[in-house]
Design a protein around this ligand. Structure first.
Ligand code: NAD
Ligand code: ZN
Length: 254
């Protein structure tokens, strides 16, 4: 059912959460828009102006790696200071209350960790853009380290000093393999939850979009919070087409 108004939505959501033992939040870019990070599909965002660089282009061309890092540093200047929003804080509260053992996220912005959920309990399906990894030896590099070398070399992306591998943000690009461990854990959690909360995702990016479907097939209840309709609204037990921060903020006070 679609909640008719905000107070009803909040009441229904609270009832669903209170009658569940294991709540599994699954978040997309919509939870971070109030923090100033644009989502993928809303009009006007940087993502609509710059098509993402697919993985095969990143590994096959120095100029694509340079471009990827140029964009990354431009993003850092725009949203590097973003702080968790009301949605992140409400989910951190659910975690502390023991209701939500972990959060599955498609986001790469680290804001769930910043809101206080331990990194081990944030399952990142698309990686994390706040640090970098060598694609060959997996050594971790921090962004200021990459930037210093990038700037000194006049905008050329640096390679790994240990193995000469390519250094890339720790994100999963289109065409790159999904992270096995995160996918496995997300699947296990989805099978064991009794309430799956899809928050701020258009639910069109696969295989991530398969999780709400899997939850429903396994007998969990499904609630969708997104200001636009999604393809899964018909199978959801509760659909809330409202602002995420406004819907989740009341959950912080019981
Ligand atoms: P999406 O852009 O496809 O969908 C976001 C949805 O959230 C949209 O349907 C939009 O209507 C809704 N939304 C936006 N702000 C909202 C608000 N305040 N209240 C309610 N609804 C709101 O995002 P997606 O499904 O996560 O897929 C995009 C992919 O791009 C992700 O997989 C992710 O890897 C990447 N991405 C990440 C970030 C981030 O880390 N913050 C930002 C943009 C894109
Ligand atoms: Zn290396």
């Amino acid at each position: 059912m679609i909640a008719p108004d905000l107070p009803t939505a909040v009441d229904r959501l609270r009832d669903l959460i209170e009658s569940s033992d294991v709540v599994l939040p699954f978040t997309g870019a919509g939870i971070s828009t109030e923090c100033g990070i644009p989502d993928f599909r809303s009009p006007g965002g940087i993502w609509t102006k710059m098509a993402p660089i697919p993985f095969d282009e990143f590994v096959s061309s120095q100029s694509m790696r340079d471009e990827a890092w140029r964009r990354r540093f431009a993003m850092q200047d725009q949203f590097g200071d973003a702080r968790p929003g009301r949605g992140h804080r409400a989910l951190a509260a659910l975690h502390r209350q023991g209701k939500a053992p972990a959060v599955i996220t498609q986001n790469i912005d680290n804001l769930h960790q910043d809101s206080g959920i331990p990194a081990a309990n944030v399952i990142e399906l698309h990686g994390n853009t706040t640090y970098a990894l060598c694609l060959d030896c997996n050594k971790r590099y921090e962004l200021p380290w990459v930037r210093e070398r990038f700037d000194k070399a006049g905008g050329r992306a640096p390679d790994c000093p240990h193995c000469s591998g390519f250094i890339k943000t720790a994100t999963i690009s289109f065409g790159q393999a999904m992270p096995e461990d995160a996918m496995r854990r997300a699947g296990e959690l989805t099978e064991s939850c009794d309430l799956f909360l899809a928050i701020g995702s258009s639910l069109v990016v696969w295989p991530a979009a398969g999780f709400p479907l899997m939850a429903k097939r396994r007998g969990a209840r499904l609630a969708i919070i997104n200001r636009e309709a999604t393809d899964f609204d018909d199978i959801a037990d509760l659909v809330i087409r409202d602002d995420i921060g406004a819907v989740l903020e009341p959950l912080m006070t019981r």
